[in-house]
Ligand binder design. Structure first.
Ligand code: ADP
Ligand code: MG
Length: 368
């Protein structure tokens, strides 16, 4: 079966010479929720506009459902786009705004009315169908923009930071609605955001972009726990990054010599980890075990080998039964660690010392 969307070696260089997208490759299945995540200016919107047809592709192949669409006009593509500012027409009411897309497609009036009513109903907009959009709240305007882009029944919905204009609470509830709607419709969503929490909450897979390049494409949990580059390790989640020199590589576990002695992590990306290569261990906060200073060294070694680093507990806060701690290594870097209160009660305290420890397989080695 053909993929819903494929980008193969896609490049974009603007007329002024700005290389905005460099060698973008992805195969997207029908019904997938994909997020493009990265800092401002990294090429997210440019990529989305190339998919929609509002921007030309400089080189490479852009395929929708197995057909090359590089030269196809936007209105001929089975895509629909929602912009950050929604671009609603202020002089039209809700119904007219939603019907606009169908008028462009010259759908007969009766059929168009039926479709508009259906989508207004589905998105809970029936009661305000005859109100001018200028009088509505941010959440309602967001929903109208969604209705307007869904009424044309696209195969692929493109959303460029669609929740950016909403306050935090509303954003959370619309996030949930979007996810439910996407499951219900079964269509492909490509969602641009610079907010990692949004990408992590919504997506099947996240494309992390940096300066025009794709750094990593992974499901949220893998991105969080198995970053493959320095950029991703710093940008996503809460990771300690421990540089060193490779001593050996055995069964996918790489041992580095570091400022904290020999430390190990898994070689998940199967990079060539030959002795002497400069690499780093990335230790996600989720993988950290805190060993209180009262635990015997032999016991600690038995559990974690040489993967132990002395630290101080900088802050400690108990919320419900979870302890939230910021721990600091001797080199100054800090990570946020969480643990159950039962496990650490009376054994860890703010300002006290402990050891950060982990099992080799739960940390990852990446290039330095
Ligand atoms: P993002 O959406 O990730 O913030 P963009 O895709 O908007 O990033 O921009 C990527 C790069 O391309 C930036 O350096 C930006 O300044 C540049 N750029 C975007 N649009 C244009 C344009 N129309 N002409 C020239 N350069 C542009
Ligand atoms: Mg953008």
């Amino acid at each position: 079966m053909a993929y819903d969307l494929q980008l193969s070696s896609v490049y974009k260089t603007y007329d002024n010479g700005t290389p905005a997208v460099i060698d973008f490759n992805i195969d997207v299945d029908k019904g997938e929720f994909i997020a493009f995540l990265g800092p401002s200016g990294c090429g997210k919107s440019t990529t989305l506009r190339m998919i929609s047809g509002f921007e030309t592709v400089t080189s490479g192949d852009l395929m929708i459902r197995g057909k090359r669409v590089n030269d196809q006009l936007p209105e001929k593509r089975p895509t629909s786009m929602i912009f950050q500012n929604y671009a609603l027409f202020p002089h039209m009411n809700v119904r007219q705004n939603v019907r606009f897309g169908l008028e462009v497609k010259k759908m007969p009036r009766a059929a168009a009315d039926r479709k508009v009513d259906q989508i207004l109903e589905k998105l809970g907009l029936g009661a305000i169908a005859d109100m001018p959009t200028s009088r509505l709240s941010g959440g309602q305007r967001q929903r109208i923009a969604l209705a307007r882009s869904l009424v044309v029944e696209p195969d692929i919905l493109l959303l460029d930071e669609p929740l950016g204009a909403l306050d935090a609470n509303l954003r959370k509830s619309i996030q949930n609605e979007l996810k439910l709607l996407q499951r219900d419709l079964g269509i492909t969503f490509v969602f641009v955001t610079h907010a990692q929490s949004e990408a992590l909450a919504l997506s099947d897979r996240i494309v992390v972009m940096n300066a025009g390049r794709v750094e990593q494409i992974s499901p949220p949990r893998e991105l969080y726990t198995r970053p493959r580059s320095q950029f991703v390790a710093r940008f996503i989640g809460s990771n300690a990054i421990l540089p060193g020199t490779v001593k050996g590589d055995e069964d996918g576990i790489v041992m580095l010599e570091t400022a904290f002695g020999p430390l190990a992590g898994a070689n998940r990306a199967q990079v060539d980890a030959h002795a002497g290569r400069e690499m780093s261990i990335v230790l996600p906060a989720e993988a950290v075990d805190l060993v209180p200073a009262d635990v015997a060294e032999a016991e600690m070694r038995a559990n974690f080998g040489s993967n132990t680093i002395p630290c101080t507990i900088e802050t400690l806060q108990i919320v419900g039964h979870i302890m939230h701690m910021v721990v600091r290594f001797e080199d100054g870097q800090t990570i946020n660690v969480e643990g159950h209160e039962d496990k650490y009660r009376n054994r860890l305290k703010a300002g006290g010392s402990a050891f950060v420890a982990w099992e080799s397989g739960s940390a990852t080695v990446i290039d330095s």
